[in-house]
Write a protein that binds this ligand. Structure first.
Ligand code: ASP
Length: 465
């Protein structure tokens, strides 16, 4: 007999069915045992006469049962499937469940987070987290659909690569075949997506995993997912319009509500004067109650800022005492190009950078890029790089820009943050399938961990201490 899904049973009264799932609850009434059986489509009550007494909660079982309409006075209007129950004929345990290390019959907020992460495979059974997984999947799907409709091409870029500057430290990977050389994991696909414009792709996107060694916070992990996209022959307005259209379409597709349409646009200066920050929350109290998303654009950012001496990555990038505010591959405003090329008025140069803000968070950032070699070279000169260091760091980009690279620009949207806001959560860990703990240990498998002496030797690594 084929397996039926619990969600289909209401239309099968009188039939004998085979169902399978988890024992959500169990109540023993002497000869009668009641269980609530759960599969991915719903929950139904199953009644066993002189059977099922030994089942444990969260065990996986398969039942053969007759679908019965419940007597009218026992109909449970609170349950979708409250009008029916299963009269169990026979059953089989497919997967035993011992004592559970964490309870899963609540929303889980009250349980120690480290323990939840350690048993994430159980934690994820909560309806709240099942909804989260579904929302992530639906939202990603809606964006993909909208992108493909608009002729974007999805391209994967390498994970083992060379450092690309996004203002954080790199995670590096040693290599057995190249002793004393290291790959870097991508902080973003920035350079590859630009090279795809050189390659003639014109409209690229990728659901890209990015890895940055940054201090951990509630709204930031080492790994995150961004919708990364890049377009050729576009102005800043065209990129912003395209992205706004995609976001609106996808948010609506998953049932989200937007506050303002079109999204308001602020200059960096206006935002700082009005809100004291370049990310801000435009929601009223009633917007907050209703879970509304208040999106806005911020543009006209300063290109450079003085280096924060406490920030190791900034000190490394900004050798002259100046570093980029957002993205070193950006294009200055046309009216500031001369200053840029001459390295003058550095603090006053404004970049064609735009950020997308939502409910107080930065959820996206992008720019029109410097696609001519002399402009990109000037950016690194301003940051104090010697010709040799420029060649070593971005020589490959400069070279690509000499074989016909169109003007281009793009953006990256933080998928984790957007999903967090769509679900009204306040921690990224709540919307990450397998999050790290706040101290940076991985879920369940407890990395980072030591390597054996043989592995270290093979990688030509010597560990101090
Ligand atoms: N690469 C940038 C980032 O990851 C986004 C962009 O400018 O497209 O923040």
């Amino acid at each position: 007999m084929q397996r039926s899904m619990i969600g289909e049973l209401a239309a099968m009264v009188g039939e004998t069915v085979r169902v399978a799932g988890w024992v959500q609850t169990k109540r023993d009434h002497g000869k009668l045992t009641f269980i609530d059986l759960r599969d991915r489509s719903g929950v139904v009550q199953a009644v066993g006469y002189q059977k099922m007494g030994e089942l444990s909660v969260e065990a996986v079982v398969e039942l053969e049962a007759v679908v019965k309409a419940r007597p009218e006075k026992l109909v449970n209007p609170e349950q979708v499937l409250g009008m029916i129950e299963l009269d169990v004929q026979s059953y089989q345990v497919l997967g035993e469940a011992g004592e559970l290390p964490i309870p899963i019959d609540s929303d889980g907020y009250e349980i120690n987070e480290e323990v939840r992460i350690q048993y994430r495979y159980l934690d994820l059974r909560r309806p709240r987290l099942q909804r989260m997984l579904k929302m992530r999947s639906d939202f990603t799907h809606a964006l993909r659909l909208a992108l493909v409709e608009q002729s974007f091409v999805e391209v994967e870029t390498p994970l083992l690569t060379k450092s690309t500057k996004e203002g954080a430290r790199d995670f590096v990977v040693p290599s057995r075949q190249h002793p004393s050389k290291f790959y870097a994991l991508p902080q973003s696909p920035q350079q590859y997506k630009q090279l795809l414009m050189t390659a003639g792709v014109e409209r690229y996107f990728q659901m890209a995993r990015c890895i940055r060694d940054e201090d951990l916070r509630a709204d930031r992990g080492f790994e995150f997912t961004q919708l990364d996209l890049e377009m050729s022959f576009v102005t800043q307005q065209e990129v912003m319009q395209t992205v706004e259209g995609l976001v609106k379409q996808a948010v609506k597709a998953v049932g989200g509500t937007l506050q303002q349409d079109p999204f308001p646009v602020f200059t960096y200066q206006e935002a700082m004067e009005k809100y004291g920050a370049d990310k801000f929350d435009l929601r009223s109290d009633s917007d907050k109650e209703q879970g509304v998303l208040a999106l806005a654009w911020v543009e006209r950012f300063p290109f450079f800022k003085p280096v924060d001496k406490e920030d190791v990555a900034e000190v490394r990038d900004g050798k002259s005492g100046w570093t980029f505010t957002h993205n070193p591959f950006s294009m200055p405003l046309p009216e500031h190009l001369e200053w840029h090329l001459a390295g003058e008025h550095i603090g006053e140069i404004v970049t064609q950078q735009y950020d997308l803000v939502c409910n107080g968070y930065e959820v996206g950032g992008g720019s029109i890029r410097a696609h001519r070699p002399e402009i990109l070279r000037a950016t690194f000169k301003i940051m104090g790089y010697s010709d040799e260091q420029i060649e070593e760091g971005i020589g490959h980009m400069l070279k690509a820009f000499t074989v016909g690279t169109p003007p281009h620009g793009g953006i990256a949207l933080g998928m984790d943050r957007l999903v967090m806001l769509l679900l009204g959560e306040t921690s990224l860990r709540e919307v990450t399938p397998f999050p790290m703990t706040s101290s940076g240990r991985t879920a369940i498998m407890d990395a980072p961990s030591s390597l054996s002496a043989e592995q270290l030797a093979e990688l030509s690594l010597v560990v101090k201490g």
